[in-house]
Write a protein that binds this ligand. Structure first.
Ligand code: NI
Length: 284
């Protein structure tokens, strides 16, 4: 018996690559998390710029959110009993914000050993067609990893503007509309994106990337994660400290080491790509 999802929802996740909506937090709980986030933003205006990778290491409210038992019940229904929170992020569109997200698969640059990875997209405000909710192509995760190209557009919320290099039939897209406190869950290979916010209100979603404990980082990067359910018999990730306050100095030290490690990994990948290009040119 699943803990939170219905049997039909688990089946839908396997066949379509997503489930939406799932009632996780109450409206009040979602409001409390939003208020805690806005309070931190008002005290630390550069809070998101300072914590681009794994902001849950630095922000108490986000670390609490990723441990929410209802969200974890739903994730456990899909990943099994041993679950690590691996990454978090925010997808924020202010009123009339031209920001969008190009069609992509999440796992493209993550370097994880297998796709036992679920993203919980947690709505802290309403997310709907008018304000640029997430859109998905049902069943697209069955295609496996597809090639992507990097694009440059200042309004693209993705770090590399990655865009999947296959023709996406927009008529197949499904809008994942959510009320505050509701979540959607999607597979790491599912093609998805979103449009700009055409409304007068902020649209804010928090992403939490959960992996099954047996998943590992295979790109030569010493990666970290937080055990949030069950046990970690594999020790594939460095255990993350739980911050005792926002921007806890111990957590900041840990965070900076992770950022430096991540930068080394990106440089190594860039050097390898350059070398591959050089080799293919020499072979011509
Ligand atoms: Ni994504």
């Amino acid at each position: 018996m699943p803990k939170l999802l219905s049997e039909a929802q688990v089946k839908q996740y396997r066949s379509d690559g997503f489930v939406c909506p799932v009632d996780a937090l109450s409206t009040e709980e979602a409001g409390e998390f939003l208020a805690r986030m806005e309070d931190l933003e008002s005290r630390e205006p550069n809070v998101w710029a300072r914590s681009k990778i794994k902001p849950h290491l630095l922000m108490m409210w986000l670390n609490d959110l990723m441990r929410n038992s209802k969200i974890l019940d739903a994730v456990e229904d899909l990943l099994g009993p041993d679950v690590m929170a691996w990454a978090t992020g925010h997808f924020d569109k202010k009123p009339h914000d031209p920001s969008f997200v190009s069609w992509h698969q999440d796992g493209t640059y993550w370097g994880l050993s297998e796709p036992s990875v679920v993203t919980a997209w947690v709505a802290l405000t309403p997310s709907n067609r008018k304000n640029g909710c997430m859109r998905v192509i049902p069943g697209s995760h069955h295609q496996g990893q597809l090639p992507h190209r990097d694009t440059i557009d200042k309004n693209n919320l993705l770090s590399r503007g990655q865009d999947v290099e296959v023709k996406v039939d927009e008529s197949e897209a499904v809008d994942l509309e959510l009320q505050p406190g509701q979540i959607s869950l999607h597979h790491t290979m599912l093609i998805h994106g979103s449009k700009p916010n055409l409304s007068d209100t902020r649209r804010l979603g928090i992403t939490i990337r959960y992996v099954a404990a047996h998943v590992s980082q295979i790109s030569g990067f010493k990666d970290s994660a937080t055990l949030v359910r069950g046990t970690d018999a594999y020790r594939n990730f460095v255990a993350e400290p739980r911050p005792r306050r926002d921007f806890d100095p111990d957590a900041v030290d840990f965070y900076e080491a992770i950022v430096a490690e991540s930068r080394r990994r990106k440089d190594a990948i860039a050097a390898q790509t350059k070398q591959d290009r050089l080799q293919s040119t020499t072979m011509l």
